[in-house]
Design a protein around this ligand. Structure first.
Ligand SMILES: C[S@@+](CC[C@H](N)C(=O)[O-])C[C@H]1O[C@@H](n2cnc3c(N)ncnc32)[C@H](O)[C@@H]1O
Ligand code: SF4
Length: 380
């Protein structure tokens, strides 16, 4: 019998209760009518991949968005019915993203019955004024209520998303967030530095008047405080923005960072199979039209060269605390990493941005603040 390879599955749910001021992810305001239609087409898309999926063992599933918790749980249940037609490994990591205001106990119990075993919740901040200012539709109390529900429903593995360098945010606010995290005791934290995406409301505000926004120095100060404080809570940094208790690193995201294969379904999502990246339409009508014609809703396909993949592998690898494993990269790309990148390695070690530990090259603490500059030196 043919040996089956492992694969990760991502499913994009492009609906939210409202749009946050900083976000440019592919999502629109939820309506029952649109979600009903979308989920019908999602199942159709999965069916078109039957042949590929029959040859794989699914070992991670990530239902992301948008806000998957904004839709009726019966639709999420239907997706799982469909996915269970394929082989899912026994210990698969199965995550769903959520927002506190739509994460009821009833929904969580339903998620549990579908086999979901990891909840990721967007908190962003525990300060009601900041939450309101960035357009979140929940309060700190709703975050705490949702966390209570997560625990009551019996989920041990859960992540909170938080953000740094939000307008009017200062170190005191971050200290308060860390205190809340200590009380909540999650297994995973993603702490993202705000990226001012063009076309977002926050970008417009910044262009008009940037006084409320942290400068680079304050941003880094907050970041260092977060890294040190989370470490004390046993949430060890394993990627620039990600922290986990031992054994709770997100296996699905590690697949992205390690350039493993994954198949994604839904609007705007991208798949990676061998050295090809497939990206779906991000427009509802085009996505539906392709599926009506029984075609995969792929907008573009990129064949990535060895050079592209190597660049990606280095950029992703260097952001991981484990760094780049010399033997792994040499074997995977048939190169002599230390010879090929001798100049970049020596330069960055000499200025204290890079270090070698056993057979891995990784950023130093200082290097993590200047990761973009290091990446540029390795870019070929
Ligand atoms: C796309 S959201 C999906 C999950 C859910 N809807 C939520 O709001 O948490 C995933 C996370 O991305 C982060 N995020 C979104 N836009 C960002 C930006 N411009 N800069 C930094 N982080 C951002 C937020 O922390 C958010 O929780
Ligand atoms: S941050 Fe989450 S809730 Fe807010 S618009 Fe983006 S996807 Fe939707």
């Amino acid at each position: 019998m043919m040996k089956k390879n492992n694969i990760g599955i991502y499913i994009h749910i492009p609906f939210c209760e409202s749009r946050c001021q900083y976000c440019d992810f592919c999502s629109s305001i939820i309506s029952e009518e649109n979600s009903k239609k979308y989920f019908k087409y999602l199942e159709k898309e999965i069916d078109l991949y039957r042949e590929v999926l029959n040859k794989k063992i699914i070992d991670t599933i990530f239902i992301g968005g948008g806000t998957p918790s904004s839709v009726d749980e019966k639709y999420i249940g239907n997706i799982f019915k469909k996915l269970k037609e394929f082989e899912i490994s026994k210990g698969a990591e199965i995550s769903i993203e959520s927002n506190p205001n739509s994460l009821s106990l009833q929904k969580l119990k339903a998620y549990k019955s579908f086999g979901i075993n990891r909840i990721s919740m967007g908190a962003q901040s525990f300060n009601d004024e900041i939450l309101k200012d960035i357009g979140r539709v929940h309060t700190k109390n709703q975050i705490l209520e949702a966390v209570k529900n997560v625990k009551e429903a019996g989920f041990k593995n859960f992540n909170l998303d938080l953000m740094l360098a939000l307008p009017h945010q200062n170190l005191k606010d971050i200290e308060e967030s860390i205190e809340e995290i200590e009380k909540i005791n999650p297994t995973h934290i993603s702490y993202y530095s705000l990226i001012l995406e063009e076309k977002t409301e926050l970008y417009k505000r910044y262009r008009k008047n940037n006084k409320a926004f942290a400068d680079e120095y304050t941003d880094r100060n907050m970041y260092h405080y977060v890294v040190k404080s989370l470490e004390k809570l046993g949430l060890k940094q394993y990627e620039i923005s990600n922290f986990a208790k031992d054994g709770y690193e997100c296996r699905h995201n590690l697949k992205y960072w390690k350039l493993c294969d994954y198949i994604s379904f839904g609007l705007s999502s991208s798949s990676n199979i061998l050295n090809t990246r497939y990206t779906n339409f991000s427009n509802f009508s085009k996505y539906y039209k392709a599926l009506d014609q029984n075609k995969k809703p792929i907008e573009f396909k990129e064949n990535l060269s060895k050079k592209d993949r190597l660049n990606e592998f280095i950029i992703m690898g260097i952001r991981l605390n484990s760094g780049i494993d010399v033997e792994e990269i040499n074997e995977r790309f048939n190169i002599d990493f230390e010879k090929k990148y001798e100049k970049a390695i020596n330069k960055n070690i000499n200025i204290g941005l890079l270090e070698k530990s056993e057979r891995n090259y990784k950023l130093t603490e200082f290097g993590r603040d200047l990761s973009n500059a290091v990446e540029l030196d390795f870019f070929m």
